[in-house]
Design a protein around this ligand. Structure first.
Ligand SMILES: O=C(O)CC1=CCC(=O)O1
Length: 96
């Protein structure tokens, strides 16, 4: 199942820089592991914003929920999820 996910990150200004750096590094390590596993298929920065657009390929809504809520930055993100299905006019076979 494919999901389009938008994540807007909003770290509190009061957060110590070292704590923010550790959170970002932990997030990066997990995000890169999930990309290598094929779960996090696309990760794009939205230009000019501390936000990303991602495509996840997971087995269920529950798996997506577990994955998103386990992200180290989850407490500091606003997340919007859109489930995707195949467009009848698409020329791709789904393996993008
Ligand atoms: O910087 C972001 O958009 C939040 C984030 C998601 C994966 C990652 O490494 O950072």
């Amino acid at each position: 199942m494919l999901f389009h996910v938008r994540m807007n990150v909003n770290l509190p200004a009061s957060m110590p820089l070292e704590e923010a750096a550790t959170l970002k590094q932990t997030e990066k390590d997990l995000a890169q592991r999930l990309q290598r596993e094929g779960k996090w298929r696309h990760l794009w920065r939205i230009a000019g914003q501390y936000a990303n657009v991602s495509i996840f390929d997971v087995d269920s809504v529950d798996e997506l929920h577990t994955l998103l809520t386990s992200l180290p930055l989850f407490p500091y993100m606003h997340i919007d999820v859109m489930p995707l299905c195949r467009h009848p006019s698409s020329v791709r076979d789904g393996d993008f």
